[in-house]
Structures are given as structure tokens and as C-alpha cells.
Write a protein that binds this ligand. Structure first.
Ligand SMILES: NC(=O)c1ccc[n+]([C@@H]2O[C@H](COP(=O)([O-])OP(=O)(O)OC[C@H]3O[C@@H](n4cnc5c(N)ncnc54)[C@H](OP(=O)(O)O)[C@@H]3O)[C@@H](O)[C@H]2O)c1
Length: 372
């Protein structure tokens, strides 16, 4: 069986490669053309992540890299090469994407929507009718802040917190329409926010909480706040819009990849099988504010709405506007389908303040800035 994967050098894609190699003798990596060095980056991840030496040594033989640009028709490949690729594939994992919550909608759509369209076209062109496994996000649920979001729901009734959510919603609509029109099965994985406790490295892709920590840290530095060991009483209060009873689903990326690969190996129903790949316990918003207080010498106070008169520091800390609304979320993602198929499962990993701190702090310096 020939399996291909987009986004293999990404935060999630690297873990998918590792999981898929447990099942497959070889993989076709659809690397990002112009970004370069996919094999080297995957190898470095395996080394930093403690993969067995035998597996690392086999990577050049087991991974075939084809450089593509998802934003271009036929993935930017010469026609003959595109046809050959399409005809040899049995499964296409589509994990590439633009995860910058605050990027302009045009750029987000180019990668997340048009990129997905081009992957679907590749699947439609293939003689072997490959199965498409699309990596979506639980956040297609949009700006709905309360209640339960179910796996079969997909609508834009609540609007979206940011352009990223909208682009991922549009991509999933495309995937479902394609499945209906072509009568082809697809599998849609919807993870929560992906996190890790593997310390950051300039050689590894950054993840959403790392973006957040970088912004907070540089705001604090810009505000002349000094080091993290400033005593409690000297820390300025920073008001952030959020709900102290709120919670957010943070899923260890390694566990997410393992669950996804198990789900994808089940026989598809023939329609769009959609799964919430989420942690069994949400993380309280107050844990996230405690994380901010670990990164910067401030006291965070959650308030009902964004202050009309933000102090300079408050305005600076709020430099990740795509993320701030999540501090007000209290919804849950139902994952009944996943549990029905896999049985009760738990990563056994407690995502708490220490876990999250580990994933944003380089052990050598205690700095949170080590990212690509
Ligand atoms: N991270 C999360 O918390 C999270 C949560 C829910 C869902 N997801 C979804 O999971 C998927 C993977 O996210 P991630 O965190 O792994 O993202 P990431 O670390 O930013 O990785 C993105 C991947 O996409 C590739 N890529 C970007 N533009 C491309 C293009 N035009 N052509 C070919 N490849 C391109 C990148 O290659 P280069 O690195 O070489 O540019 C990289 O391998 C995305 O679909 C995302 O929406 C992520």
C-alpha cells in the first residue's frame, strides 16, 4: 500500500510520520517545495525525539520526498510526474496547512482551502481511488463558546474567532462536498489545540502555545518588566478578556497522531467519517493565565471584556488577538465516535502547568523563545 503525506515537516506531521512508519514499510512525503530539507528535518526530529537509531538509519530508504506546492494546480508538479504520483497512491494524509491564527484571510485560504482543493484533485485523478485523510480542527466549531460540539456538526452559524478557523471550516466543507460528489470515503480528523512537553528547539516547528509565549515574553521585555523572578507584589496587573470558569481542549500531539493512525486504519464507512481527536480532560483557563505568569512577571486578571483603556503592557500582551477569545471558551467537544471505535482511551498524560511549561521552555536557558 502506497501512503503519501502532506505537511510531514510540521508539528503534527512529524509525529504522523513516526506513527505511520510503525505500519508502513515506506512513505511518500509531499514536502513543501522551496522550504527544503524535508528528509533532514524529519531525521532531526527523530533524533531529538529519541527515536531508535535503527529507525533513523532507515529513513533515507523508507521515505521518498516529492517536493510540491499545494497552492498551485497539480501541486506545481510537471504533468507527467503529477499523473504518476496520482496513479500510485492508495492513501493521502493531508496535514499541511497555515496555522497562523491571525494571518490575512487570503493567505489562509490559499494554503488551507485551495491547498485542500488541490489535494482532493490529486485523489480524484488517481487510478487507485486513494482514501483521503484530512486533518481538520475541532475549531471549525467557530465562535460558539458554550455547550457541546458534536462530530457530525459543521455550520457557520456562530461565526469564527479568527481567519484560521474560517479557512479550516471552508476546507472541511470542500472535503465533505467532494466525498458526496465523488462517492468517495474521506476521514476527517479534528484535533483540539496540539501541545507537547518536548522542549522547543530551533530545529523543530513551533506550536500554538509557543507563539503565545513568545509574544508574552517579548511584550514583557518591551515593557521593561525585567526577569521572571520579580516578587509577587511588584508585578503589574494585566487585564485580559476571559472567563475564569473557562476551559480549553489541549491534546498532546504525540497521542493525537497515534489516535489518528489507529482511526484511519479502520475500514471507512464510505462517507465523511469525522472524529474529534481530543483530550479527555480540558485545561482550565486559569492554568493558561498561570502559564502567562510563569513566562512574564505580571499578574493576570480575567475580565468580562477587553478593557477600553488598555495600559501599554495590556495592549502588548494582547498581540495574539486570534488566540485571546479562547480564554472565554467553555464548550466541550464530544468524541463519542472515537470512543465507540477505539474503546475508552486515555493518553495517560496530564496536561497541566508543568507539562505546558516544559513544552515552551528550553532546558538550557529557561528561555521560551527557542523556535524556528
Ligand atoms: N497545531 C495545532 O494546534 C493544530 C490544532 C488543530 C488542527 N491542526 C491542523 O493540523 C495540521 C498540521 O498542523 P501543524 O501544527 O503541523 O502545522 P505546522 O507545524 O505549521 O506545519 C505545516 C506544514 O505544512 C507545510 N506546508 C505549508 N504550506 C505548504 C505548501 N504551500 N505546500 C506544501 N506544504 C506546505 C509545511 O511545510 P514547511 O514547514 O516546509 O513550510 C509544514 O510541513 C493543519 O492542518 C492544522 O490546521 C493543528
Amino acid at each position: 500500500m502506497r501512503v503519501a503525506l502532506t505537511g510531514a515537516t510540521g508539528f503534527l506531521g512529524l509525529r504522523l510520520v513516526r506513527e505511520l512508519l510503525e505500519q508502513q514499510p515506506s512513505l511518500t512525503v509531499l514536502g513543501h517545495a522551496g522550504s527544503g530539507g524535508a528528509l533532514g528535518r524529519i531525521t532531526r526530529f527523530m533524533e531529538l525525539g529519541g527515536a531508535p537509531a535503527g529507525l533513523i538509519a532507515e529513513l533515507p530508504a523508507r521515505l521518498r520526498v516529492v517536493e510540491v506546492d499545494l497552492c498551485r494546480p497539480e501541486l506545481g508538479l510537471p504533468s507527467a510526474e503529477y499523473r504518476r504520483l496520482a496513479d500510485e497512491l492508495d492513501v493521502i494524509w493531508h496535514s499541511a496547512g497555515n496555522i497562523n491564527l491571525d494571518d490575512d484571510l487570503g493567505s489562509l485560504r490559499r494554503t488551507n482551502v485551495e491547498g485542500t482543493r488541490h489535494v482532493l484533485e490529486l485523489a480524484a485523478a488517481g487510478a487507485r481511488r486513494p482514501l483521503v485523510v484530512h486533518i481538520g480542527t475541532a475549531f471549525v466549531g467557530g465562535a460558539r463558546r458554550d455547550g457541546v460540539v458534536y462530530e457530525d456538526e459543521l455550520d457557520d452559524a456562530h461565526g469564527f474567532e479568527n481567519g484560521y478557523e474560517r479557512s479550516k471550516y471552508e476546507a472541511e466543507v470542500l472535503v465533505r462536498d467532494w466525498s458526496r460528489r465523488h462517492r468517495r470515503p474521506v476521514v476527517v480528523m479534528r484535533p483540539g489545540v496540539l501541545v507537547t512537553d518536548l522542549p522547543p528547539s530551533p530545529e523543530l516547528p513551533a506550536h500554538p502555545l509557543q507563539f503565545l509565549s513568545r509574544i508574552v515574553e517579548s511584550s514583557a521585555r518591551g515593557g521593561g518588566l525585567g526577569g521572571k523572578d520579580v516578587p509577587e507584589w511588584r508585578r503589574p496587573v494585566v487585564r485580559l478578556a476571559g472567563d475564569p470558569r473557562g476551559h480549553l481542549n489541549l491534546m498532546p500531539v504525540e497521542h493525537a497522531a497515534a489516535v489518528m493512525v489507529r482511526l484511519a486504519s479502520r475500514p471507512p464507512s464510505g462517507l465523511a467519517d469525522t472524529y474529534h481527536v481530543v483530550h479527555d480532560h480540558d485545561v482550565a483557563t486559569t492554568v493558561l493565565t498561570a502559564l502567562v505568569e510563569r513566562i512574564a512577571p505580571v499578574k493576570v486578571r480575567l475580565v468580562g471584556k477587553r478593557p477600553d483603556d488598555p495600559a501599554r503592557l495590556e495592549a502588548a500582551v494582547d498581540l495574539y488577538p486570534g488566540f485571546t477569545p479562547y480564554l472565554s471558551h467553555r464548550r466541550r467537544f464530544d468524541d463519542t465516535r472515537v470512543r465507540t471505535l477505539l474503546g475508552p482511551y486515555s493518553s495517560g498524560v496530564r496536561v497541566d502547568l508543568d507539562y505546558l511549561t516544559s513544552g515552551i521552555t528550553t532546558s538550557r536557558t529557561g528561555s521560551t523563545t527557542g523556535a524556528r
